[in-house]
Design a protein. Sequence first.
Length: 281
Amino acid sequence: MPAAPELISPRSPRVSAARRLARRNFRGKERLFLAEGPQAVREAAGHADTLVELFATLDAAERYADIVGEARAAGARVHLADEDVIADISTTVTPQGLVGICRFLDTPFEDILKARPRLVAVLANVRDPGNAGTVLRCADAAGAEAVVLTDASVDLYNPKAVRASVGSLFHLPVAVGVPVEDAVAGLRDAGVRILAADGAGTDDLDDELDNGTMGGPTAWVFGNEAWGLPEETRALADAVVRVPIHGKAESLNLATAAAVCLYASARAQRASGGCRSVTQS
């Protein structure tokens, strides 16, 4: 490993190319996105054919030598850079010294359906990237087999969404740009029950659990942070379910409600003896 940075100036063409990936149109054109910090870079390096380049300060390269080694082993080009370069590329206030460039890794919706998933999170018109990434993380933690972002939702590869997923982006299939009607129809045809999460839902999550109706394949549809799900989307679901508020809180935020719903389904599926792994068709 060189003792001095390979990239000294933020004006380097490699740095300029990386910097442009903070903008959605360039990400879409190049089909590349930024993954910042040791956790995200480690996950990217372990995901086949994903990590293309890695920029690291000399200090970070020494501190995270194992991650740099994994990146090189994965075939990524590793550049040592001074802190100005990393600050120029990074979208965070306090960069951690590692910024990776990764290939897009979203999965065609048809492939998700072929895998016969038992638990899916559908994000319909979710606009906040932090929320989208956090729901993806919750879905991963609950054991969901897939996440679907509808065509009206935020860009999966927005740097805030990538950071909020804390590596979960690399763990499970994610389909993007699917019209909500197509997502619901496809999942229903695959034998998945569609539940819309809504604070004003007619069905109570506790009742669903008590009645034993949540043990089968389930897709939860989560709506916009501010106005929830429109009537036309709720009408697509088999049931519109509210998370009961037993205390004095006015409501739950999107990510918290998603975690409650997804874990409720995961628990019900395990209790019913259902297999939590992907079932092949």
